[in-house]
Write a protein that binds this ligand. Structure first.
Ligand code: FES
Ligand SMILES: [Fe+2]
Length: 333
């Protein structure tokens, strides 16, 4: 990750209230196998760790003398504080103090834990009472017939709402991605957005450059794009190519602050056979970089869904962003 998180720009209290009730990705599953990691969720430092095989998320502060637990390590299936070595279990309880094995451990030596789930390659956390039982059902990632890649997490100095809205924007491919996707002067097809339990779904045909993985040839094809969006920031795009290959791109943004996000992306793809995944990962990373630059430059920094006069003008290709803003406004009047 490049720039430091901007944790100064506090999220609006009404939005904070909404965001605290939803799932946010906090780490890749493999990132916590060898030690804890620290992240910031909505301005709050958290430690993500594994104990007894279980992924856990807690406030990143040891109640003894305030050490960040994300600087710690693992021992005997416990999270070890880096300062004086207190051991914490999955439920946040302090279970051992090796310097004084017989010492009575006060109950207050307990970490504040968050609701945590681990699924499809990622660890998710919810800071309040979850509005839904589980994070998005990204099961395509675990299909037995796919190859997978994970990218990031990468810090974007942009609001998570801008990141999510951009992922679902279908009218920027020939401009922002003209280098990676190739130029195209084809019109953008109409897109109908349908509400689901957790967000939206839509399907649209998109002309794009497609590299045949068998013979390496590149041609322009019309691919079927299906978007499945889970409020507030989780996006899944399933692309079906004319030859039957399916590529599924999953992206979610951890809101560190109002203007800083940690972007998690992973993709699964059929038909890749034994081809190396590196060129595919490099391509996706290049696409993301093009998106990051424009997302960080947009003004205002957050999607202005709560303003009556946003100073923006909607276009016929903005079906997703119009629905997204309406949903935000209904939850956060
Ligand atoms: S600060 Fe954690 S054990 Fe002392
Ligand atoms: Fe993009």
């Amino acid at each position: 990750m490049s720039a430091a998180a901007n944790t100064v720009d506090a999220v609006d209290p009404a939005e904070l209230d909404v965001l605290r009730r939803h799932w946010h990705p906090v780490a890749r599953s493999d990132a916590i196998d060898d030690g804890p990691v620290g992240v910031v969720l909505l301005g709050r430092p958290l430690v993500v760790f594994r104990s007894g095989g279980q992924a856990c998320v807690a406030t990143d502060r040891c109640p003894h003398r305030g050490s960040p637990l994300s600087m710690g390590s693992y021992d005997d299936d416990c999270l070890v504080c880096p300062y004086h070595g207190l051991r914490y279990a999955a439920d946040g309880r302090c279970v051992a103090f090796p310097s004084r094995p017989d010492a009575r451990l006060p109950k207050r030596l307990t970490l504040e834990t968050l609701h945590t789930r681990e699924s499809h390659g990622l660890v998710w956390a919810c800071a309040g009472e979850p509005a839904s039982d589980d994070p998005p059902d990204w099961r395509f990632y675990d299909r037995p017939d796919v190859q997978t890649i994970q990218i990031g997490p990468d810090r974007w100095l942009a609001s998570a709402s801008r990141v999510a809205e951009n992922f679902n924007d279908i009218a920027h491919f020939s401009t922002i991605h003209r280098v990676t996707f190739g130029p195209s002067d084809r019109p953008v097809a109409p897109q109908k957005i349908t509400a689901t339990d957790g967000g939206f779904t839509s399907s649209v045909g998109v002309y794009q450059q497609y590299r045949n993985t068998l013979d390496g040839s590149v041609e322009e094809v019309e691919a079927a794009y299906r978007y499945d969006f889970t409020f507030p920031f989780s996006c899944e795009l399933t692309i079906t190519y004319p030859d039957g290959e399916i590529e599924c791109i999953q992206l979610s943004a951890l809101p560190e602050s109002a203007t800083s996000s940690l972007v998690f992306q992973q993709s699964a793809r059929t038909n890749l056979g034994n081809d190396p995944v590196e060129p595919w990962r490099d391509f996706q990373a290049a696409v993301n970089e093009e998106d990051r630059v424009i997302c960080e430059a947009l003004q205002p920094r957050e999607v202005p869904f709560r303003l009556d006069n946003t100073g923006e003008v909607a276009l016929p290709t903005d079906a997703f962003s119009i629905a997204y803003r309406r949903l935000w406004k209904s939850l956060c009047p």
